[in-house]
Design a protein around this ligand. Structure first.
Ligand SMILES: C[S@@+](CC[C@H](N)C(=O)[O-])C[C@H]1O[C@@H](n2cnc3c(N)ncnc32)[C@H](O)[C@@H]1O
Length: 258
């Protein structure tokens, strides 16, 4: 292992331990969708399915085609993959650091042609310039900025020129994100804050983009509907819908590989 790889592994160790202990407690039975939903932060099966649809609609809106190669970094228990399994004919690679979540995702998607890879660090096990789209939903929010930067270098390596990077993030401009910050502050005061909730700013994203080989296509606030829904009635049962559009809660960055 190179010094860099070993450093990367050290950086994600705490995160992996946290997710594994969290998910092993919940995923006693890996066939249990409710446990799988809760493990990645969805309070109910309906919430899990609705947010999977919102993620899928967001990616389609920003260019995911049915024959695309999509890489879903930190795919968790397959919230997105499950919603795309009946539609995406192209390749799909889901990666995660948590074996029980990855195992559930693979079973839930029911696509033997899709690839699910357990990873150790901040790597994407795909060929250079092979992917049409790379997404990180609620993943960079748990990494330090330096780790996210390394991960986005990996995203640029695997993306084709013109390929699309989508990631969700927390920002101080959005009032509801302050709840996360307040909870993190409470945990830092209590025990040093073992669980990272990392915020990003728009100027950070705009400064990083050209250095990483991207241009910023659009940035979307987490509290403002911007995602055209295929099933607004269903999503509307668990999340605000205005004129057929909804949002993730976290803000969303869409970047194009240049
Ligand atoms: C909040 S969950 C979101 C899961 C999924 N993206 C979704 O939207 O349903 C965060 C996921 O990121 C994974 N994760 C954390 N650090 C990671 C890393 N360095 N590389 C890949 N996955 C990671 C966790 O194991 C977990 O499955």
């Amino acid at each position: 292992m190179t010094d860099q790889a070993s450093a990367d592994q050290g950086l994600v160790e705490a995160n992996r331990d946290l997710y594994n202990s969290h998910t092993e407690a919940l995923l006693v039975n890996t066939d249990d969708i409710h446990a799988a939903a809760k493990a990645i932060g969805s309070p109910s099966n309906e919430h899990f399915a609705a947010f999977g649809q919102i993620e899928a609609d967001l990616l389609r809106q920003h260019g995911l085609a049915s024959d695309s190669f999509l890489i879903d970094v930190g795919c968790g228990s397959g919230r997105l993959g499950h919603q795309l399994a009946g539609w995406l004919k192209g390749r799909y690679l889901g990666t995660d650091i948590s074996p029980p979540l990855l195992h559930y995702a693979e079973k839930a998607c029911g696509r033997p042609d899709w690839q699910f890879e357990l990873i150790q660090g901040l790597e994407i096990p795909a060929d250079d310039a092979s992917a049409d789209m790379v997404c990180y939903f609620s993943v960079l929010t748990h990494l330090r900025h330096e780790e996210s930067y390394i991960y986005l270098e990996a995203a640029r390596r695997v993306l084709k020129q013109g390929g699309v990077l989508v990631f969700s993030y927390l920002e101080f401009e959005v009032e509801s994100h302050w709840d996360v910050f307040d909870a993190t502050m409470a945990s830092v005061r209590e025990d040093g804050g073992l669980h990272v909730n990392q915020f990003m700013s728009r100027d950070l994203i705009e400064a990083w983009a050209p250095r990483l080989g991207f241009e910023v296509t659009s940035l979307h606030r987490g509290d403002t509907p911007h995602i055209d829904l295929t099933d607004p009635d269903f999503v509307g049962e668990v999340n605000p819908v205005v004129d057929g559009q909804s949002m993730l809660g976290q803000s969303v960055a869409v970047l194009t590989a240049i």
